[in-house]
Design a protein around this ligand. Structure first.
Ligand code: XUL
Ligand code: CO
Length: 441
């Protein structure tokens, strides 16, 4: 039997509880009340909040201009397996204290990558057993696993879309191991974020061939996981760029088109990330709506970008107005299909206290909770839904209804136009809609 560690890393911080908005305890939730019912589900069921292993327990605040600033007490051992176990202890302590139910990981977050695939396999197997034991001792579950096929220099020309078959095979081996681990840990979903699946220059890139390869690769991964008992969803996480100049899973619409073209749309859904949406020049609610309309709103990576610069800053969510608009889409779509809300966000480089990660997650959870409550009120006790529906009332009967049914020809449509009085000017009332959100926040 594996003995898991009993060292406390986040000393002096206990369980984070809901205390309501009057509380002045910074280590409490002001709005996120896991047991509170909102439109038939508890907040915990709506959100399935997850902690991202990579940002919270691996990333130490390094940026392109300087090394990390945060020192983690679980990073001290010279033995990579001991470091991995210490990190798992810290992770499970943190997630349990937050009262969250889930975490998400990349293979290399759990344990450092070794020089050979066989040593990697051994390490992943060992840490997998350790984490399986920690899962048993707690109620923490795995929302999704994934493979990091973007940091290792071997993937500089792509992973599944690399022009060199040897690299494609190497990515296959890595993803097989990550799938094995996800299945062994009872992972509810599996994510593909194609950070290096794209191009830097079209001059040296056969885009059509690379897209065929990507589809072939995803089909093989799906077939392998299904034949090994994986029942969850596969999620594509769209992002337009960064690190590549152009990434193939550019945005939700592009990813949906790709999945449908290659017949993968029954097994795959989307994981929508706020800062990826804004990098694609969309809003978060736009990407959620596109995914929801296709029945593919699988999961959310929660964070926010910065209005003054255009890269993936991965800050924790605080923008109530933005998240309320998102929660309107979320509630009307009936929530997420299998996924949850993963805080794919990092504290700032100069946030160097161990406790800062608590403030960050408390703020993120409270922002989502407050936005959900606001959206619920807007949908149940404002004119919002009827105002929106009324804009389309001309399609509820008569010729408009016939048009929607597909029973009009273009000639018929034209004839209607010739015989009707000119259309009246109808206001879109955008400012009124905007005020409704403010009124209920
Ligand atoms: C990168 C990103 C990843 C994915 C998982 O921008 O969002 O962390 O979520 O690979
Ligand atoms: Co992400």
């Amino acid at each position: 039997m594996i003995i898991t560690g009993n060292k406390e890393y986040y000393k002096g911080i206990g369980a984070i509880n809901y205390e309501g908005k009057e509380s002045d305890n910074p280590f409490s939730f002001k709005f996120y009340n896991p047991k509170q019912l909102v439109m038939g589900k508890t907040m915990a069921e709506h959100f399935k909040f997850a902690v991202a292993y990579w940002h919270s327990f691996c990333g130490q605040g390094g940026d392109p201009f300087g090394p990390g600033t945060q020192q983690f007490p679980w990073d001290n051992s010279p033995d990579p397996m001991q470091r991995a176990r210490d990190k798992a202890d810290a992770a499970f302590e943190f997630i349990t204290k937050m009262g969250f139910d889930y975490f998400c990981f990349h293979d290399v977050d759990l344990v450092d990558e070794a020089d050979s695939l066989s040593e990697n396999e051994k390490r992943l197997h060992e840490i997998g057993e350790y984490i399986a034991q920690k899962k048993k001792e707690s109620s923490v579950k795995l929302l999704w696993g994934t493979a990091n096929c973007f940091s290792n220099p071997v993937y500089m020309n792509g992973a599944a879309t690399n022009p060199d078959f040897k690299v494609v095979a190497r990515a296959g081996a890595q993803i097989k191991m990550a799938l094995d681990l996800t299945i062994a840990l009872g992972g509810e979903n599996y994510v593909f974020w194609g950070g290096r699946e794209g191009y830097m220059s079209l001059l040296n890139t056969d885009m059509g061939r690379e897209l065929d390869h990507m589809a072939q690769f995803l089909t093989m991964a799906r077939d392998y996981a299904r034949s090994n008992g994986f029942r969850g969803s596969f999620f594509i996480e769209p992002k337009p760029m960064e690190p590549m100049k152009h990434q193939y899973d550019f945005d939700a619409a592009t990813a949906i088109g790709f999945l449908r073209e290659y017949g993968l749309d029954q097994d795959f859904k989307l994981n929508i990330e706020v800062n990826h949406a804004t990098l694609a020049q969309h809003s978060f609610e736009h990407e959620l709506t596109v995914a929801a309309n296709a029945g593919m709103l699988g999961s959310i990576d929660a964070n926010r970008g910065d209005n003054q610069n255009g890269w993936d800053t991965d800050q924790f969510p605080v923008n109530l107005y933005e998240v309320t608009e998102a929660m309107l889409v979320f509630l009307q779509a009936g929530g997420l299909k299998g996924g949850g809300v993963n805080f794919d966000a990092k504290i700032r480089r100069n946030s160097t206290d161990l406790e800062d990660i608590f403030h960050a997650h408390i703020g993120g959870a409270d922002t989502f909770a407050r936005a959900l409550l606001t959206a619920e009120k807007i949908l149940t006790s404002s004119e919002y839904s009827s105002l929106k529906k009324d804009r389309y009332v001309s399609f509820e009967s008569g010729n408009g209804k016939e048009f929607e049914k597909g029973s009009l020809t273009l000639e018929a449509l034209s004839k209607i136009a010739f015989n009707q009085s000119p259309p009246k000017r109808v206001s879109g009332k955008q400012e009124l809609f905007e005020n409704i959100i403010n009124q209920f926040i």
